[in-house]
Write a protein that binds this ligand. Structure first.
Ligand code: SF4
Length: 644
């Protein structure tokens, strides 16, 4: 079997809805398949007493002709399943093929086919089926064809929208460039990649097909030679007072089968969508704690943010991954802290933990966060006060964020002004539209965006302008602390420099506290007074910026600094880390697998946090020795120049 199919079945079987729906469908399918050998009475045999209620002799009773209802329900399942599978397959086949052609070729082909889809969607489904059955007669194959002919535009539209995005993918272009004909590209590369939502929709189509067949049989337009749940319900409703079991049994069977198919559709969708699986659906409500009774009042000199032993884990299937593993630091009011490290070191997870905007599969498992002396997280749980978590009262009004990619962070179908007005009025309900627009104008002036650009959509702005708009949005409510998560990553060097300069300028003018998350030591050196270097979920070194560049005490920080290119001097090969296995060392230093200075002690014993004086702390057994050795740099690096 195809590995993707096996993986999907396994993932489906992991959720309780998947297990329940699969179990119910298996029971129904097994009963339907085994009907001839189960020793049941002939479903058409009128050999029993009429209207017998359910009992030991006839589990579901008998009907008005003395037929065994249990036998008829089991035989009826065959018809229901044949109609469901046949109609859904035919509908998906026609719809996927036409949808793929429309989306792939575009232009007049798309225009023509899309109109055909629309016309079919406009025709009342049941009316069209009635017409087909009335014209060509009632039989099971014709019922299947009639249902498929009325449902295929659903699959066609889904496939068309999938193909519209898939056809510009590089692997499709690569296949065409390699000489593959269009039909091959559609069959081999486009349809298989776009089929997932259609398969999920197929389970809903199956439910619809069963109900439609039941409806036709109920109206007496089904195949009269076959036992169908619809015809059973039709007969039953005429004897509802005398023998209600005649309708209840096929009705319940119909309900169970359709509900199982819908549940299965949801489970398959969940299993086939890795984002849904790992990040969860709607925002999760996390259990909170009350503020401590003996909480001291904030003092004038209290740090604006104090983080102690913070831990955050991601759930990935059965695994738990510690992205933030015992992080502590403190940020004075008006201060700035740069958090640097490679991708996956946990720096962005730390940023989202501070604002408590983590994805659903992330959980704070320990630690405390205090904002202005008041706890907002205690032992990993959000602090609730007056029925509302404290972070909700702080978010955006006092703690704001600048997101990584402004194009993704700003709503593409809403103007920048509208997004800012919404934010302002959400937090300041009494504010009029004119007052909000005036405030946006002020912030635009401050950031250096012409007021005339306020009504632009995000895509109408250049990359630098968009990022400035994002900064303006973060400052609109005059926060005290801004967490900037890689604010210049997608920008060229020139714009990056301008944006960082503007952030530094704003900090000074507004007395903002700043946490800058970045992989770029140069950016951090330019904007922050303190640098924290993160590796594998921990801050392995923290120190004032000048100090960490002069005397890095952790081999990882030294490697990061040595890897910065020099703007002057001869060409040289920059240092890099070996691509070795996991960073999670059992018991020892987590950097030991890549550290050029690792010893047996490093591999067996976790390094202590060594205090080096002047707020300089490094987690390394040999921190004092490294701090005594200035980093080897004959020529000033770009960062050192920024730092100076
Ligand atoms: S403790 Fe050892 S392995 Fe870890 S950073 Fe220091 S020297 Fe390298």
């Amino acid at each position: 079997m195809n590995p993707t199919v096996i993986k999907t079945i396994r993932a489906t079987a992991r959720s309780w809805t998947g297990v329940l729906s699969l179990a119910l469908l298996l029971v129904i399918a097994a009963a339907a398949l085994a009907a001839p050998v189960l020793g049941l009475p002939d479903p058409a045999d009128m050999a029993f007493d009429l209207y017998q209620p359910p009992g030991a002799a006839h589990w579901l009773g008998t009907d008005n002709f003395g037929r065994d209802i249990f036998a008829r329900v089991v035989w009826g399942a065959r018809v229901a399943l044949i109609v469901a599978i046949g109609a859904a397959l035919l509908s998906i086949l026609i719809g996927s093929a036409l949808g793929a052609v429309a989306g792939y070729f575009g232009g007049w082909v798309d225009g023509l086919l899309s109109r055909v889809f629309d016309i079919f969607l406009l025709i009342p489904t049941f009316f069209l089926i009635l017409l087909i059955v009335a014209l060509f007669g009632a039989s099971l194959p014709l019922t299947i064809v009639a249902i498929a002919l009325t449902t295929w535009p659903r699959s066609a539209r889904l496939m068309r929208s999938q193909v519209l995005t898939l056809k510009s993918r590089v692997y499709v272009q690569a296949a065409l460039a390699a000489g593959a004909p269009h039909w091959w590209v559609i069959l081999r590369h486009v349809i298989p990649n776009g089929i997932a939502p259609i398969v999920t929709d197929g389970t809903i189509l199956m439910g619809m097909a069963i109900l439609t067949e039941a409806g036709l049989s109920f109206l007496g337009l089904g195949d009269q030679n076959m036992v169908s749940w619809g015809s059973m319900i039709f007969e039953g409703q005429r004897h509802l007072r005398l023998a209600p079991w005649m309708s209840i049994a096929p009705g319940v069977a119909l309900l169970v089968l359709v509900a199982s198919l819908n549940l299965l559709g949801d489970s398959v969708n969940f299993a086939m969508n890795p984002q849904l699986r790992t990040r969860g659906g709607a925002p999760k409500r996390r259990r909170g704690v009350a503020p401590p009774a003996d909480e001291p009042a904030a003092t004038a000199g209290a740090p604006i943010l104090q983080v102690t032993d913070l831990r955050l884990e991601y759930a990935a299937g059965d695994r738990r991954i510690a992205a933030v593993d015992g992080v502590s630091f403190s940020l004075p009011r008006g201060g700035s802290l740069g958090i640097v490290g490679e991708s996956g070191c946990g720096k962005s997870s730390l940023g989202s933990a501070l604002l408590q905007t983590m994805p659903n599969n992330a959980e704070l498992t320990g630690g405390t966060i205090r904002y202005d002396g008041r706890a907002i997280v205690l032992d990993g749980k959000p602090v609730i006060e007056g029925g509302r978590s404290r972070i909700e009262a702080l978010r955006w009004t006092r703690m704001a964020t600048i997101f990584q990619s402004a194009m993704n962070a700003l709503n593409p179908v809403t103007t920048v002004r509208r997004q800012m007005v919404d934010t302002l009025r959400l937090h300041r309900p009494g504010m009029t539209r004119d007052e909000a627009t005036a405030r946006i104008g002020e912030v635009f002036d401050m950031i250096g965006i012409p007021r005339s650009r306020m009504n632009a959509y995000p895509h109408q702005l250049s990359g630098g302008m968009r990022q400035r708009a994002m900064i303006a949005l973060s400052l609109i409510l005059e926060p005290e602390l801004v967490i900037a998560d890689e604010p210049t990553t997608a920008l060229d060097m020139l714009i990056q420099d301008q944006i960082l300069g503007e952030i530094a300028d704003l900090r000074e003018r507004l007395n903002l506290s700043l946490i800058l998350v970045s992989h770029d030591m140069g950016a951090v050196a330019e904007s922050c007074e303190t640098v924290a270097v993160m590796y594998a979920g921990r801050i392995v070194e923290i120190a004032p910026t000048r100090r960490i560049f002069d005397r890095p005490a952790h081999p990882y920080s030294r490697t990061l600094i040595s890897a910065l290119p020099s703007l002057t001097g001869p060409l040289e090969t920059l240092d890099s880390l070996p691509a070795t296995g996991s960073a999670a060392a059992e018991g020892g230093c987590r950097f030991a697998h890549a550290c050029p200075a690792a010893t047996a002690l490093c591999r067996s014993t976790p390094p202590p946090a060594v205090q080096l004086g002047g707020n300089h702390v490094a987690e390394c057994h040999y921190a004092e020795e490294f701090a005594a050795e200035p980093v080897d740099a004959a020529e000033p690096t770009a960062t050192e120049e920024a730092c100076a």
